[in-house]
Design a protein around this ligand. Structure first.
Ligand SMILES: [Mg+2]
Length: 347
């Protein structure tokens, strides 16, 4: 009982665990219907077959400001876990039906990439239990009889770690996304292009399907920048990128900024005629933007030259062949007077 005083429990209640529990559960259930601020408090799943211990755990966690749900064995715990997705699990090792070790193993499987910390509650000086707890994926343990101050600190630390881990994961994901994105035009950058083309080349080499690639270049873009300034040049590239995305609208189409004023479109499983159609759609789309370009040698408006290459990637060949072919076609389009698309079909 002295240990309960340790966890801010009203001393009047210490000998009456059942009333405490009833009150506790009531608060939990009220908590479910309360404001969102309340929903943000961590939810702890307490699993123990011993009612007295369960009640004490509920009280202690409540007094720490956490929301609580309970289960009386491993099977029930799995059910509650699936329904409520708690932020942490306090799991008794020895229980009927399904014990804490089996339950913990099953929880790891259920969680997938989530990492809900499991704190195992084992018998005192039971080395086997401690070893097994870590083997089945528990991140820490406390022993019975429970030292409440220790438990409180461990729960707080594990919740904090889990929160930091989630934040880190989210930040990493955002970094990965940004690493492949062109900051100005919001389409993929060169790195994204290289990686995606290599992946498609490799995949299609297995299946013998067509791969098409479009490389396009804004005509007389240096003159555009010289005439209208670099900020206008940036806006022009942004509008062109948007047009490319609209024209290459298949889920597998991939638009990237290849270099300064050069863009690339990867069209997996796309035959020559379809690729040329997309290229013409892009060219017309940019014309329809009607961005004035008074110093262009081609047109009073901004135009694109496009090189299209279509081929079946064969095993043992490299995606640089696609780039070389599209680049050659683009060069020919420029030589022929710009504002046009030229198609090259290989093999
Ligand atoms: Mg037990």
């Amino acid at each position: 009982m002295r240990s309960l005083a340790d966890c801010h429990t009203n001393s009047k209640d210490t000998g009456e665990l059942e009333p405490l529990n009833r009150r506790g559960v009531e608060i939990v259930e009220n908590g479910l219907t309360l404001q969102s601020e309340d929903e943000e408090r961590p939810l702890i799943l307490i699993v123990d077959d011993d009612r007295a211990i369960r009640n004490m755990l509920v009280t202690v966690m409540h007094n720490q400001g956490y929301r609580v749900v309970t289960a009386v064995n491993g099977l029930e715990a799995l059910q509650v876990y699936k329904e409520r997705k708690p932020d942490m699990v306090l799991l008794d090792a020895i229980m009927p039906m399904m014990d804490g070790f089996d339950c913990c193993l099953e929880l790891q499987r259920l969680q997938g990439s989530d990492r809900t910390p499991v704190l195992m509650i084992t018998g005192l000086e039971d080395n086997d239990s401690v070893d097994r707890a870590f083997e089945v994926g528990a991140v820490d343990y406390v022993t019975k009889p429970i030292h409440w101050a220790v438990l409180r600190q461990r729960v707080r630390r594990l919740l904090e770690q889990a929160r930091l881990y989630r934040e880190l994961e989210a930040a990493n994901q955002e970094l990965r996304r940004l690493a492949f994105l062109d900051g100005l035009t919001r389409v993929a950058n060169r790195r994204g292009f290289d990686q995606t083309l290599a992946r498609h080349w490799h995949e299609l080499a297995q299946s013998g399907a067509y791969l098409s690639l479009i490389l396009c270049d804004v005509d007389c873009f240096k003159r555009y920048n010289d005439t209208y300034g670099h900020q206008a040049g940036d806006r022009c590239l942004q509008e062109i990128a948007r047009t490319l995305r609209q024209a290459a609208s298949y889920p597998t189409d991939f638009v990237a900024r290849y270099g300064g004023e050069e863009f690339a479109v990867i069209l997996p499983r796309t035959e020559a005629a379809a690729a040329l159609y997309v290229a013409q759609k892009i060219r017309m789309g940019v014309r329809h933007l009607a961005i004035a370009h008074e110093s262009s040698t081609v047109s009073p408006f901004v135009t694109l030259s496009l090189g299209v290459a279509t081929m079946v990637p064969y095993p043992g060949t490299s995606e640089t062949e696609a780039i070389a072919a599209a680049d050659k076609a683009l060069y020919q389009a420029k030589q022929a007077g710009r504002d046009r698309a030229i198609l090259k079909i290989l093999n």
